[in-house]
Design a protein around this ligand. Structure first.
Ligand SMILES: N[C@@H](CCC(=O)N[C@@H](CS)C(=O)NCC(=O)O)C(=O)O
Length: 219
């Protein structure tokens, strides 16, 4: 059986949890925080989560794990079968990751952990997030899903990237990021109404208590 390594607060880990739940795949969960121990680096070369352990070896990088899961457990599919449509889904997912999640992440220490982030970083983050959401608005369909009328891997990336990005934008710059991509708020609400997503969110709330203590213990 496959094993998923990570922790319930991690948005990337939750992307994989959602994909596995959506496909009703049984798997072991290994609760672990990212770390640089030699033991973990032997499994996850940069020490990040999620990491998926299979009978053939370990896999890292969420987008890669999602594609692997989709080919191992094809139904219901998270990507269209048509080559161009599939590439479009990957393009949207990649845009959410690179232009929303990653810039927002630079402000996570201040927004979620009470640490300080420099003014320069904040300025760059604000610029990047606005550019990112405007770019997404140009290609996303929001009809009602990101790539059209089917739920896909792009929606999984959108859900766990746009949500974090909009929290960062609101708390750090007092801006309503999602209003800049008409249809984005509605899609986020639609995705958050999915019972599978609600379960993941409940798990996250519980795990957050321990995670905050863990972060505080790091000093
Ligand atoms: N590019 C990685 C990013 C994963 C990631 O950043 N995970 C966070 C937890 S949400 C982590 O492990 N952070 C630890 C670190 O950056 O060292 C992926 O796609 O899986």
């Amino acid at each position: 059986m496959i094993s998923l390594y990570g922790f319930d607060v991690s948005n990337y880990y939750n992307m994989i949890k959602l994909a596995l739940a959506y496909k009703e795949v049984d798997y072991n969960r290994v609760n672990i925080y990212p770390n640089q121990s030699p033991e973990f680096l032997a499994l996850s070369p940069i020490g990040k989560v999620p990491m998926l352990e299979t009978t053939e070896g370990c896999l890292c990088e969420t987008s890669v794990i999602l594609e692997y899961i989709d080919s191992q457990y094809p139904t219901p599919s998270l990507y269209p079968s048509d080559a161009f449509a599939k590439a479009k889904v990957k393009e949207l997912a990649k845009m959410c990751e690179l232009y929303l999640e990653l810039p927002a992440r630079r402000c996570f220490p201040e927004v979620f952990f009470g640490q300080q982030v420099s003014l320069e970083t904040k300025k760059e983050t604000k610029r990047a997030l606005i550019k990112g959401i405007e770019a997404l608005a140009r290609v996303a369909k929001f009809n009602p899903y990101l790539a059209g009328n089917e739920f896909t891997a792009a929606d999984i990336f959108f859900l766990y990237s746009a949500d974090m990005a909009s929290i960062v934008a609101k708390k750090t710059f007092d801006i309503d990021l999602l209003v800049m991509a008409p249809g984005a708020k509605e899609l986020l609400l639609l995705l958050k109404e999915m019972p599978l997503v609600q379960q993941i969110s409940e798990d996250r709330k519980i795990a957050d208590i321990e995670f905050k203590k863990y972060i505080a213990s790091l000093g």
